[in-house]
Structure formats: structure tokens, C-alpha cells
Design a protein around this ligand. Structure first.
Ligand code: NAD
Length: 467
């Protein structure tokens, strides 16, 4: 029988009037029954968080202890939570385990992070300081692609800053968040961390609710625009981590074999379902064929299959919709005369799409302009670096980008011209704990990762003393 999960409100299991079946995206078997929130649940969770706020806000030592305990609990339950993660959204076991451990370590790092106090001006007449205070109730709304890491990136700074939180994961992958809510019942005061589940309606109800002071949101750019509009009615603070269409720009003096391998994994880890995955590759025309061959060789060496399988590097897409979306963009490329180089498919009924390198595509194609969020990437030839940079920057998105080459000055110069919140050099999609990241343009607003994230979860106050 499918495992039954429950929401957590006020430190206890919360009743749900409705449950839905969740399927393993690789096999389509029902693996769990997940509770769904309604308007009453949203209200109860927000009020539980509001009730817990004054005491939590007043006790920084308790917050640090609670965060450290939650981090330890994630590490102690890493295998179990990773198992749920693979079943709810398909990523291979080794990656799932990596995500859970990263998240546990992240929470522990936040437990020890200083809350800054800046001296703005100090002389014999004035002392002016910038301090950080808790904001109140925070809503944390996450996507299904990294359900554990995205959660940790929000509750780490949110709880440290002194806020109490209502978490709403994606209804496509809510199991890990629900389980973390259960673990938190024993480790945090009741109401400090509430975990509910539901779709767009529940997310919207949270954002429109008058009580939360802060929305920390990760999802698509389209949903981000809606969240910002809803939050405007009460001028809630928003951190928005949204979509991307990251370009990798290869230079003439690149270490080609190394770059092909690294770019393959940066594009196709998590089956391409990563906000900061490489989604377009720009290569000097002279190196095009050689790079395509090297990339295809790596692609053919990685096995696609059920995430729990031995030696599996690529899993299915997390949802039927995502699979159809990728297939549609690849079909559009084919209809424009592009060449497809594809990897093997497993013989399973789930939402698989073959790893696909797309050659000979024009810049107007949907696969170049839109976020594919799946295992298909276009390789685009260029003749002059200025042209490559302007094509890389010609996007509503500005999340990440990378440049690949041996010359330090040349790669540095290109990195600084790329319009992206993070510009990597000879690597891509690497996020270390506590390192800030955020999107430019329509990829987002505000930062996650480290002190900037804590600032985003804080009421910043100037204390101005006349001596
Ligand atoms: P999505 O926008 O469909 O949903 C994200 C979350 O928002 C879900 O929990 C959903 O229920 C909720 N939601 C949707 N509309 C809402 C609304 N109007 N009000 C309140 N809540 C709402 O995104 P998804 O398909 O789950 O995730 C994929 C997207 O997330 C991609 O675009 C990806 O690039 C992006 N993403 C960004 C980052 C980042 O850090 N920048 C990280 C991971 C994913």
C-alpha cells in the first residue's frame, strides 16, 4: 500500500479533507498518498506561524540550536529522504543523496552564520548603524526540481533571521518537504515551521493572505510575475528565484575534451531540470564538429533509467507535462531541419525523454529562446566572440552563464560581459553552500545563499543616534 503523508501545522499532524495519489515518474506506480490543503488549512498554518513568532523572534540562541538540530536530522535521515526524493521526482539515488546532504550541511552553516550589524557612520557627533530584525511570518513556495535544497535555501536564512514559516512545496513533489515537517515537530517549537501541500490555489492563498510579511518563491518566471502582483496588494517583501536560459560560451583555446564533459553534466544533470542548467551552447564554428563528437561520446556513456537503479546517471522527467514540453521543443527543432543526436532510452513506462544534442538550429527556434527544462540542448556555432556574447545575452532571462577557455584575461573579460546573476569560468551550475545566487532581468529578484539571503528575510533598520 502507498505510504500516507501528513501536513504539519502548529507542531502536529494536520487533518486534510483530500488526499491525492503520487506516482513514481519512472514506473508510473502509485508510491504515496499526499494530503492537499484548502483555504482553511492555509489560514490555520499562517495563524500557527504568527502565534509562534514573538518567542522565536526573541530567542536567537534557540533559533541557532533548532537550525543545527534540523540540519543534523536531515543528515541522519539522508538515505530515507533521498529515497523519497527519487520516488517523488525521479533523480538518481546518488544525486538525491547529494541534495539531502547539501541541505543538511546548509542548515548547519546557517545555524552558525553571524547576523550582521553594519556601522554606517561613527564620529564624535553621530553613531548610525544598520541592524536586522525578524520580519514576521514568511511563506516559502518551492518548485519540484530540487524540493529539498530549495526548501533548505529558504528555511535556513528565514529561521535564522527570526521568522516563522509556512512551507508550500510543489504538489508534484511534496513528500520530502512533508517528511521534513514531521521531523521538525520534535526539533522546533510548535508553529515555527509549518508544512502544507497544494497547487497554485494554495500558493496564491498564501501570497494573498494579509498576515505573511515575506514571500520566498522559487518557480517559473510566469508564476513569479503572478506572485509579485499578488504580493503588491499588501507590499509583501519578495525574493523570487525564477527561470533561466543559461548560455555556455566556448572560446577558441578551450580544453575541448574537459569542457565537453563538464558542459554535458551541467546541461543534463537532473535530466536538465535545473534552473541553472546549461540550456544553450555557443561554440566557435571551427570547433563545432569536434565538440559535438566529444559531447555525444559523453552522452552515450551515461545510462538513463529508474533513479534507484545501479549506475543510472539520468532519470525521467518529473511530470508528464514536462516531458511533453521538452518533446514539443525538440519536435519544433526537427521541423526546422535541425539534426538530433540522441542517447538510449530505457524500456520503462515513465516520463522519459532521450538525452538530445541538437545541431544546426537557428536562434529563432523555441529550443533556443525558451527554457526547455529537460535533457535537450542546442549547439550553436559562432564566428566572432562579440556575436556570441550578444546572442547569449539576447534573452529575457539572466540567471547563470559560463565561459570556457584557457586564457585568464580573456575568460574574465567575457564573464563580466555576460548578463547573468552568476557567471562561471570553466565550470557551470556549481552552487556551494552560503555562496549568494540570484537572477538578473526576469530570472528573479533578490538573493539566496548566505548573508544576502538573511538580509532578504530581515527587516533592515537604521538606528541613528545623535551623540
Ligand atoms: P511553477 O512556477 O509551476 O511552480 C512553482 C511553485 O509555485 C509551485 O509550488 C506552485 O504550486 C507555485 N505557484 C504557481 N503559481 C503560483 C501563484 N500564482 N501563486 C503562488 N504560488 C504559485 O514552477 P515549477 O514547474 O514547479 O518549477 C520549474 C521552474 O522553476 C523553472 O522555470 C525553473 O527554472 C525554476 N526554478 C528556479 C530556481 C532558481 O533558483 N532560480 C530553482 C529551481 C527552479
Amino acid at each position: 500500500p502507498a505510504a500516507v503523508f501528513e501536513m504539519t501545522i502548529g507542531g502536529r499532524a494536520a487533518a486534510a479533507t483530500r488526499h491525492v495519489d503520487l506516482r513514481d515518474p519512472a514506473t508510473l506506480e502509485v508510491v504515496a498518498s499526499a494530503p492537499m490543503a484548502d483555504a482553511v488549512t492555509v489560514d490555520a498554518a499562517v495563524f500557527a506561524a504568527a502565534g509562534a513568532f514573538p518567542e522565536w523572534a526573541a530567542d536567537e540562541a534557540a533559533r541557532r540550536a533548532g537550525l543545527a538540530a534540523l540540519g543534523d536530522a536531515l543528515l541522519a535521515h539522508a538515505d530515507e529522504i533521498a529515497g523519497l526524493l527519487t520516488r517523488e521526482m525521479g533523480k538518481p539515488t546518488a544525486y538525491a543523496l547529494g541534495e539531502v546532504k547539501f541541505s543538511g550541511i546548509l542548515l548547519k552553516k546557517y545555524a552558525g552564520l553571524a547576523i550582521a550589524e553594519d556601522v554606517i557612520k561613527e564620529d564624535d557627533r553621530v553613531a548610525i548603524r544598520m541592524i536586522r530584525k525578524p520580519l514576521g511570518v514568511m511563506a516559502a513556495i518551492t518548485a519540484w526540481n530540487y524540493p529539498v535544497a530549495l526548501l533548505a535555501q529558504k528555511i535556513g536564512p528565514g529561521l535564522l533571521a527570526g521568522n516563522t514559516i509556512v512551507v508550500k512545496p510543489s504538489p508534484y513533489a511534496p513528500l520530502t518537504a512533508l517528511r521534513i515537517g514531521e521531523l521538525a515537530r520534535e526539533l522546533l517549537p510548535p508553529g515555527v515551521l509549518n508544512v502544507i501541500n497544494g497547487g497554485v490555489d494554495v500558493g496564491r492563498a498564501l501570497v494573498e493572505h494579509p498576515l505573511p510579511a515575506k514571500i520566498s518563491f522559487t518557480g517559473s518566471t510566469e508564476a513569479g510575475r503572478q506572485v509579485m502582483a499578488s504580493a503588491a496588494t499588501t507590499l509583501k517583501r519578495c525574493t523570487l528565484e525564477l527561470g533561466g536560459n543559461d548560455a555556455a560560451v566556448i572560446l577558441e583555446d578551450v580544453d575541448l575534451a574537459r569542457a565537453a564533459k563538464a558542459i554535458f553534466f551541467a546541461a543534463f544533470d537532473n535530466s536538465g531540470q535545473t534552473c541553472i542548467a546549461v540550456k544553450r551552447i555557443y561554440v566557435p564554428r571551427r570547433l563545432h564538429d569536434e565538440f559535438a563528437d566529444a559531447f555525444a561520446t559523453v552522452m552515450r556513456s551515461v545510462r538513463m533509467g529508474h533513479g534507484i537503479g545501479e549506475g543510472v546517471g539520468l532519470g525521467p522527467l518529473a511530470t508528464r507535462f514536462q516531458r511533453e514540453h521538452v518533446a514539443e521543443l525538440v519536435e519544433d527543432a526537427r521541423s526546422r531541419g535541425a539534426t538530433l543526436v540522441q542517447g538510449e532510452m530505457p524500456g520503462l513506462p515513465g516520463w522519459f525523454h532521450p538525452a538530445t544534442l541538437v545541431l544546426g538550429l537557428d536562434d529563432d527556434a523555441r529550443l533556443v529562446r525558451e527554457e526547455q527544462f529537460g535533457p535537450a540542448v542546442p549547439l550553436l556555432a559562432y564566428d566572432h566572440i562579440d556575436d556570441a556574447i550578444s546572442r547569449a545575452n539576447a534573452s529575457q532571462y539572466g540567471l547563470g552563464a559560463s565561459v570556457w577557455g584557457r586564457d585568464e584575461a580573456a575568460t574574465e573579460a567575457v564573464a563580466r560581459r555576460l548578463e547573468a546573476g552568476t557567471a562561471w569560468i570553466n565550470t557551470h551550475a556549481v552552487l556551494l553552500p552560503i555562496v549568494p545566487y540570484g537572477g538578473l532581468k526576469q530570472s528573479g529578484m533578490g538573493f539566496e545563499g548566505g548573508p544576502l539571503a538573511v538580509d532578504g528575510c530581515s527587516a533592515m533598520q537604521v538606528v541613528h543616534r545623535r551623540k
